[in-house]
Ligand binder design. Sequence first.
Ligand SMILES: Cc1cc2nc3c(=O)[nH]c(=O)nc-3n(C[C@H](O)[C@H](O)[C@H](O)COP(=O)(O)OP(=O)(O)OC[C@H]3O[C@@H](n4cnc5c(N)ncnc54)[C@H](O)[C@@H]3O)c2cc1C
Length: 477
Amino acid sequence: MAIRTATAYREGLRDGRRVVYQGKQVDDVTAFGEFTTAIAHSGLAYEIAERHPELAIADDGDGPYTAFYKVPRTAEDIVARGRLIETVSRMGAGTIVLKEVGSDALFALLRALSGQGHDNAVEFYRHCCANDVALAVAQTDVKGDRSLPPHRQADPDLYVRVVDEDADSITVSGAKVHTSFSANADELIVLPTRAMGHDDADWAVSFAIPMDTPGLTLYVSPYLHGEPNGFEHPISSRHKLLESLTVFDNVRVPKARVFLNRQPELAGPLALAFVDYHRFTAVNYKLPVLDLLVGAAIEMAQANGIASAGHVKTKLTELITYAETVRGFADLAALRSISGGNDVQLPDPLAVNMAKYHFAHGFHAATATLIDLAGGLVATGPGGDDWADPQTRRVLAKYFAAAAPAEERLRLIHLIGDICTGQWGGYQSVLATHAEGSLEAEKLQISRAFDPTRARAAVAQVLREAATSDQRDAVGV
Ligand SMILES: Cc1cc2nc3c(=O)[nH]c(=O)nc-3n(C[C@H](O)[C@H](O)[C@H](O)COP(=O)(O)OP(=O)(O)OC[C@H]3O[C@@H](n4cnc5c(N)ncnc54)[C@H](O)[C@@H]3O)c2cc1C
């Protein structure tokens, strides 16, 4: 068992991984300026062990290991996991940090599989705990024509598939996309992204590989590139993720690292097993974002001198209701958690999908409220270099003072801009809609998870009682 430091994590990223950024090969991700913020941000997943050991370190008798990888066995474990995810996200100003997604995938493998695949998952899980491994997860395939299953795509590589197999290994090709942390994690877990039929057997594959495995290339998105300053971008200048198009070109995977090999009947269950943990992670790492939304709205209303206006009170109340409803559902998902098979506890699928759906559905309206309260300076305000210049600052301090001094007000306005508009706000907007599954995927899970028995029984009871009373009336009782 091991607890690594953030420095050891960072040093571990120096290997032979193939990373391409804006058309150029990156030889050492730790020395590449554009990645510095993201790697420092992900290092918080290691720093939390020093800052909050009571939350972040587990010990089941074999020595300390990261609590992110503690397999939940009870509702209390799920509650503790929620607090851990919320705390590390708060350290990252509401941005998911690193180990959450990998542990969601580990729990899914342990829960959904059986036989050799399960045995391999157990061994891999032990390896991750023993070495405090940083994991990325590639589930979402590029998917091509969304109306077609994998075997009917024009190009068979639009979903990752098995192209060869021998006694010791499988060979895979194809591509996944949107893979967060891939450039700055140690290893990659690959999961199927959807349910599959008999004809999709070659695409029903799950495995784990180190990031420097030959044939694996990460094409990292340049979204949020550049060097934003802290005055204009209080969050995104310090916290950031890297996502990649993740291409597998005849990648050889040892059989000991294969969890699913041409078993289409398990593709859907494994995909869904991941999703329910992943949405629980999502709603808990988003709680600090919701606190920022509510807090910024309150502070902004005061700084602009509008806090006592009727429409502002109504808007603040709506924001609070939205944020606290998500928090309530997140808590409920933990409290109502169920046994998910193989002695692994599962957050309640109904509550967790309602939490994620409610968050995603309401996010854009919430940001619109913040923009409304902040005013147009979100788009037209002065920048960090203006404020740094003493002469310009005197003008800005005079003309941008309101119910609060200009600096306080401008910093708040830029915080709101960072969350709601510009590159980071755009990222948050897409993140809310698609990450951890689209709105439609959540609705589908809600309708699957809802047990209609009680609702239908209520109708049956009312109709039965009404019919009985009709009969009584008819016979004049
Ligand atoms: C910031 C960010 C980080 C992410 N990180 C990861 C990660 O680390 N690992 C990972 O694996 N994934 C990751 N994702 C991927 C995320 O799970 C997907 O974006 C999400 O599942 C939606 O898939 P998509 O982007 O391919 O969009 P699409 O699936 O193309 O969705 C676009 C629209 O098409 C609809 N649609 C799709 N298929 C059908 C169909 N068959 N019939 C009818 N309608 C359909 C959807 O409902 C939606 O309205 C990340 C995404 C984002 C935005």
